[in-house]
Design a protein around this ligand. Structure first.
Ligand code: NAD
Ligand code: IPM
Ligand code: MN
Length: 368
């Protein structure tokens, strides 16, 4: 097989730390499974700002457009709090999502058996949980115009606009229905059609796409506030949750805690197919740069490792190898290897980031 090209953007804070472990995994696949990656590395976020005065340079953007997949750590941190909004680290992330047109953000939340006791919810509510949030990622209130801080009647007013076109809703709805067909065949679409016109249109378009092409999939609709409550009350009622950019951001952090820790949640952001048939794609953990634990070897690398597993599955057609990696992570957790986010202080000494990565490598070796 020709080499697969992968651009690694570690970013800031623990993004850099968890990526060290993913590099080990990539090396393992090259040595043991003959999966060869042409890996290049570049800067994004605060690290790019420090080097170039911008959170994402045009050169890095062009590289991201040219590779088979991008793997990103996390961006941001208090060091950059006072920067002008236009050059904040998060702007780099939003630019890359927008310019690659990565409209479908897949955020699975799976509760590994070994962690069911650790969730903040009761074990029977989360054990066996396996849901997929499909978050629209390139539109909505994150990008709608008008936006800005203006002066009106002698005072400042902050404006963001929730805006969705029919085609933007249509394409992400299709992505959700397609995924559902490969899972438990159920989609719950969440918006606030009771108070927002964009929600009314969202519901209409999702219903029309369903009727026209996906009538075999079970579709339900829910107001997003109720959705948040239901996620905590009875999360196993869901299979695929389809929602917009802002609701998806919030609901996916909420879903993360069902699995035990934000440090466990991977994501894939997918766009339209490229000439080679592969979708444009960026993979990243759902968590951020975690300034409170950075530089201490405390970060859980699993979310980033599992993001690479998603790359194996969605960009490189290596579903079996993706499963191998996911099973390796599961085995490590079952063996009781835990970073601090997955244990109580009284449970003893947590594994460091690199010990966790090494344990995954050992589990991969054992899988051969
Ligand atoms: P965060 O996700 O960085 O951290 C929230 C909490 O979860 C913290 O207590 C942190 O220690 C913990 N946590 C997160 N990931 C962990 C991991 N892998 N292992 C162990 N513990 C983990 O969210 P925040 O504190 O709200 O944001 C910090 C910065 O990160 C901000 O600048 C924010 O904009 C940015 N951010 C970036 C991304 C991204 O790059 N995709 C996502 C979210 C937040
Ligand atoms: C996420 C993050 C980002 C978002 C920020 C850092 C731009 O919270 O990926 O969930 O809001 O989308
Ligand atoms: Mn978020």
């Amino acid at each position: 097989m020709s080499n697969l090209s992968l651009l690694i953007l570690p970013g800031d804070g623990i993004g850099q730390e968890v990526m060290v472990e993913v590099r080990k995994i990539i090396g393992w696949y090259g040595e043991n499974r003959d999966l060869k990656f042409d890996v290049s590395e570049d800067l994004i976020g605060g690290a790019a700002y420090d080097a170039h005065g911008t959170p994402l340079s045009d050169e890095t953007m062009a590289k991201a457009q040219a590779v088979d997949a991008v793997l990103l750590g996390a961006v941001g941190g208090p060091k950059y709090d006072d920067l002008d909004f236009s050059v904040k680290p998060e702007r780099g992330l939003l630019r890359i999502r927008k310019e690659m047109d990565l409209f479908a953000n897949l955020r699975p939340a799976q509760c590994f058996d070994a962690l069911a006791d650790f969730s903040s919810l009761k074990k029977d509510i989360v054990s066996g949980l396996d849901i997929m949030i499909v978050r629209e990622l390139t539109s909505g209130s994150y990008f709608g115009e008008p936006r800005g801080i203006f002066v009106e009647n002698g005072e400042r007013v902050g404006i963001n606009t929730q805006r969705y076109t029919e085609s933007e809703i249509d394409r992400v709805a299709r992505a959700a229905f397609e995924l559902a067909r490969r899972r438990s065949n159920k989609v719950c679409s969440m918006e606030k059609a009771n108070v927002m016109e964009s929600g009314i249109l969202w519901r209409e378009v999702v219903t029309a796409v369903h009727k026209a092409d996906y009538a075999d999939v079970e579709l339900s609709h829910m107001y997003a506030d109720n959705g948040a409550m239901q996620l905590v009350r009875a999360p196993k009622q869901f299979d695929v949750i389809l929602t917009d950019n802002l609701f998806g951001d919030i609901l996916s952090d909420c879903a993360a805690m069902l699995t035990g820790s934000l440090g466990m949640l991977p994501s894939a952001s997918l766009g339209s197919p490229m000439e080679n048939g592969r979708p444009k794609a960026l993979y990243e953990p759902v968590h951020g740069s975690a300034p409170d634990i950075m530089g201490q070897g405390k970060a859980n690398p699993c979310a980033c490792i599992l993001s690479f597993a998603m790359a194996l599955r969605y960009s490189f057609d290596q579903g079996t190898e993706a499963k191998r990696l996911e099973s390796a992570v599961e085995k490590v957790l079952a063996d009781g290897v835990r970073t601090g986010d997955l244990m109580q202080a009284s449970d003893g000494t947590p594994a460091t980031t690199s010990e966790m990565g090494d344990a995954v490598i050992a589990a991969l070796n054992a899988s051969l």
